[in-house]
Write a protein that binds this ligand. Structure first.
Ligand code: H4B
Ligand code: PHE
Ligand code: FE2
Length: 287
């Protein structure tokens, strides 16, 4: 969770944004982007939803180098009215929600160093821009992200951010989608990760379970390893319908009296696409 301190750091505006300062990126930083991009571009066809690849194309993100947020914003604005703005790192929840509610996606401007190629603690420009921005070209997904921001401001007033944040985690960050008889990736945390883009779809270890709003909001998640459960939506239109058309107020009240669900649990009510062996998680447990 982001810091409770609401004062922006030195050099940031009142809304926590900073200039991207695109011309300050070094050749080494652009080369790092290209290396990450090529690795994922080889991995994703046939695994990611086609809307993601279309988004890369629409935004001309297939060109080398770290994208210029001003140019991404110009193309996105024409399509779905979104913009990409730079921030110094994680921002407080309310600041984050306020940007999304106004169709501004906040992205880190820094890029990981070579020794962090496979793992880093805070989202960098590769995760934020490669992972999240392509789908903002899709109208239903773009509307979902705005609705989530508005829902966040409301959840904050109701003391329910933790429940709502699980919805973001299991959709925007780690979501899967049905594609004919197959599953495809769309979550940004998966598509920006070399290891998890294979694990989430092909490994026997994690559960793959049909989307159910209340079930997701009860489910705890891991921030230190691959997910133990992934949730599967039918389409972005279906996700939008099952969230933005629903009043979360009564659901938050019900959730206060219901127990959390463990990250690896399978419930009797679940629509199970795959029951995980949890071998990966078990192998990592200290013994
Ligand atoms: C609950 C909320 O969705 C989440 O914790 C927010 C907080 N601040 C953030 N700040 C940035 N820059 N990026 C993020 O994804 C988030 N996530
Ligand atoms: N409909 C939700 C808001 C929301 C929409 C879409 C995604 C997430 C949350 C509410 O009543 O608060
Ligand atoms: Fe993210």
């Amino acid at each position: 969770m982001a810091q409770a301190d609401m004062t922006p750091p030195e050099g940031a505006a009142a809304d926590w944004t900073v200039p991207q300062d695109w011309s300050a990126y070094t050749p080494g930083e652009h080369a790092m982007w290209d290396r990450l991009f090529e690795r994922q571009a080889a991995m994703l066809p046939g695994r990611v939803v086609p809307e993601f690849l279309e988004g890369l194309d629409i935004l001309r993100m297939t060109r080398p180098g770290i994208p210029d947020f001003a140019e991404l914003s110009e193309r996105l604005m024409k399509r779905t009215g979104w913009q990409v703005v730079a921030v110094p790192g994680l921002v407080p929840d309310r600041v984050f929600f306020e940007h999304l509610a106004n169709r501004r996606f906040v992205a880190g401007r820094f890029i990981r160093r070579p020794e962090q190629i496979d793992y880093l603690q805070e989202p960098d420009v590769f995760h934020d821009v490669f992972g999240h921005v392509p789908l903002l070209t899709h109208p239903a997904f773009a509307d979902y992200m705005q609705a989530y921001g508005e829902g966040g401001l409301r959840a904050d007033g109701l003391g329910s951010i933790d429940h709502l944040a699980r919805l973001y985690w299991y959709t925007v960050e780690f979501g899967l989608m049905r594609h004919g008889n197959d599953l495809r990736l769309y979550g940004a945390g998966i598509v920006s990760s070399f290891g998890e883009s294979v694990f989430a779809l092909e490994d026997a270890s994690p559960n793959r379970i049909g989307f159910d709003l209340k079930r997701l909001m009860r489910t705890q998640y891991r921030i230190d390893d691959y997910q133990q459960s992934y949730f599967v939506i039918d389409s972005f239109e279906d996700l939008l319908r099952k969230t933005s058309d629903v009043d979360f107020g009564p659901i938050y009240r019900e959730l206060e009296t219901e127990s959390d669900v463990a990250p690896d649990a399978v419930l009797a009510q679940d629509r199970v696409y795959h029951r995980g062996s949890q071998d990966h998680a078990r192998a990592k447990m200290p013994c």
